[in-house]
Write a protein that binds this ligand. Sequence first.
Ligand code: UDP
Length: 244
Amino acid sequence: MQAKPLHYRRVLLKLSGEALMGDFDYGIDPAVIKRLAEDVIALRALGVEVALVIGGGNIFRGAGLAEGGMDRVTGDHMGMLATVMNALAMQDAIERLGGQCRVMSGLSMHQVCEDYIRRRAVRHLEKGRIVIFAAGTGNPFFTTDTAGSLRAVEIGADLLVKATKVDGVYDSDPRKNPEARRYDHLTFDEAINSQLGVMDATALVLCRDNNLPLMVADINVPGLLTRLVAGERVGTLVTRENQA
Ligand code: UDP
């Protein structure tokens, strides 16, 4: 039997920190991170080069800490450090399943992981290693969504996947409105102007200006990543141009 053609060669998956929590209120559910690691390894096994950006919202968010009175930049540093913890946990889960993985951080911490160096990251991917980009962009006042689009553009990914708890982008919140309609497709301009909460504007503009397609999909769909690269429409696709 002939293998299905792959629609994407290099994919960056953006996971929110909350995706790691499962039903916990905080931190990491080991069963959830194991399942996510299995999905990522299955994608790699198809021959797709895989990079990950993981958020830190299951531990700390700078904006939340600032609301409590903390200096915003300090809060953002804590948020970025939270993403490094998540990245290390994911690296561990991937390696325990036999995958090869490297964590590269936007903030230097040589005893813990590699620095982010674009050329080295691309080399890791070419060698079949799964690369996790940690510490966001390395700068306060940004989000890991923006880090996801920035790193995806830098490494020349074909697709950015934003994995969430909902199966795409809706015209209103499907948890509150049973009539909410899901979009199969949106342009970046529609996503930016309608403020549907797909990603923050900086992240969307980066994707739009660099013509990087974005897929918003539900991380809990079994085999999500392998189905995506086989060309199945399992979420909302956001592109620069309108699709006829
Ligand atoms: N953060 C930052 N700069 C970045 C990326 C992240 O300062 O480039 C901080 C920010 O405080 C953010 C936190 O790290 O709230 C965790 O990231 P994010 O909120 O994007 O995580 P997610 O919502 O995806 O779990």
